[in-house]
Design a protein. Structure first.
Length: 176
């Protein structure tokens, strides 16, 4: 058992000396397959599939690390891809952006996987609707004739906030 530990210790020491002799940036590029266009990460990955690079005693996202290294601090920004290839670490394909920037760019490029907005269902077609288009027209007409909010709310069995939303056209704005 002690010979195993000795051999293991020797391997760890050798690796540590190799890492000390090879700066992080040199080690980084040994893990990249550089061709025209995307430069693909060939080493480890996180469970999410994103490139993973061991530096300063911890795993970091490789694309974020190289962007920060070559273009400066990112702060709270994400390392976004112009190519939508999560294995790409080509600095020309990376930029610092917000979550909104990243989502907008993906949609503009037609890559909207996992980002489909729910369909907008208006009026009576909405399963949660308490009113009908005829009721909305009635509310608006009755208010013009001088009927009070309290009378209409009680008669129709709706909340005051629903009544106000209808009048201000915050909801049911599509009904004339």
């Amino acid at each position: 058992m002690s010979s195993y530990l000795t051999k293991h210790g020797a391997r760890v020491a050798e690796r540590g000396m190799w890492m000390a002799e090879h700066p992080s940036i040199d080690r980084f590029w040994t893990k990249v397959d550089r061709h025209d266009g995307c430069w693909l990460w060939t080493a480890g990955r996180f469970i999410s599939g994103r490139p993973c690079f061991w530096v300063d005693g911890r795993n970091v996202q490789a694309h974020r690390w190289i962007l920060k290294r070559l273009k400066g601090p990112l702060g709270d920004l994400l390392a976004c891809h112009t190519c939508d290839n999560i294995l790409c670490v080509n600095p020309d394909h990376l930029y610092g952006g917000t979550t909104y920037d990243n989502a907008r760019d993906r949609i503009e490029r037609g890559d909207n996987r996992n980002m489909r907005p729910p369909p907008v269902v208006l009026g009576e077609d909405n399963a949660w609707s308490k009113l009908t288009a005829d009721m909305v027209r009635l509310i608006r007409a009755e208010v013009c004739l001088g009927t009070t909010r309290g009378e209409l709310v009680n008669r129709l069995g709706i909340k005051k906030s629903t009544f106000q939303d209808v009048l201000s056209r915050r909801t049911w704005g599509h009904v004339a």
